[in-house]
Write a protein that binds this ligand. Structure first.
Ligand SMILES: Cc1cc2nc3c(=O)[nH]c(=O)nc-3n(C[C@H](O)[C@H](O)[C@H](O)COP(=O)(O)O)c2cc1C
Length: 225
């Protein structure tokens, strides 16, 4: 890890941008995470992507997609993206990965979707896999950490975990699409949620029609997810 982090400029992509950390965990709604990655690739934003084992299972249940340990290849194929996009993936047991260190500068981290299990681990400070560690690092470095929880209803333990994370500086969000933008499809609802996630990090996006905006969105990335 030391040599990887020795030159701080090595954190920058060729485009000169800091990478963004995305984690997809085993809550329902893997499509939110895949759509987020798809958008970020289409705007050439470098991403470090982590996927839990449970997320791989959910992807199979929800999309009939069987990604192996090397989920990058399968994901790129599914999203119809070339392997030249600025996407790095990491094994969840690799605590020597770049994202495990606070000296690896990032634009922040989004856990999309976030299972109650990962919520509890992060809120407790556990680092049983690289997602938990990267989230802990993001918090201690005072970078933006967004948790998109998906479950209903919530029990007291989960509600307390959300309060804990909010008090620690995280942005706690729910995968709850609005309807005021008059969604015409499930894709519209997904884009509403993903667009609001991107908003938290200052990523300019027109994935959904904003309140009081007169026109329909002018930017719409292709929808392969
Ligand atoms: C099809 C499917 C859907 C699931 N949906 C949810 C969910 O919406 N929210 C949740 O917290 N857990 C959900 N789970 C359970 C988690 O996958 C499980 O708790 C797992 O341990 C989470 O591990 P992870 O946090 O490492 O991804 C689901 C599991 C499956 C197989």
């Amino acid at each position: 890890m030391a040599s990887e982090d020795a030159n701080s400029n090595s954190h920058l992509d060729q485009s000169g941008q800091l990478p963004f950390v995305v984690a997809i965990t085993g809550a329902s709604g893997a499509i939110y995470g895949m759509r987020l990655v798809q958008f970020l690739m289409e705007v050439n934003q470098p991403v470090d992507l982590l996927m839990s084992k449970a997320a791989l299972r959910v992807v199979k249940e929800e999309h009939d997609l069987v990604f192996g340990e090397d989920f990058k290849a399968g994901l790129l194929k599914h999203l119809e993206l070339p392997d030249t996009v600025p996407l790095r993936t990491h094994s969840l047991t690799d605590y020597g990965a770049s994202v495990a260190s606070g000296s690896y500068r990032t634009r922040g981290m989004a856990v999309v979707p976030c299972s109650l299990g990962t919520l509890g681990a992060i809120a407790s400070g556990l680092t049983e896999n690289l997602i938990h560690r990267a989230a802990a690092v993001t918090l201690k470095e005072r970078r933006t950490l967004l948790i998109l929880v998906r479950e209903m209803p919530f029990g007291l333990i989960q509600l307390r975990n959300m309060v804990t994370l909010s008090e620690a500086g995280a942005v706690v969000a729910c995968a709850s699409p609005g309807f005021y933008h008059r969604p015409q499809s499930v894709d519209d609802q997904i884009d509403f949620v993903v667009g609001r996630v991107l908003d938290q990090f200052g990523f300019d996006n027109r994935l959904f029609k904003r309140w009081k905006e007169d026109s329909r969105p002018i930017y719409q990335a292709s929808k392969k997810s």
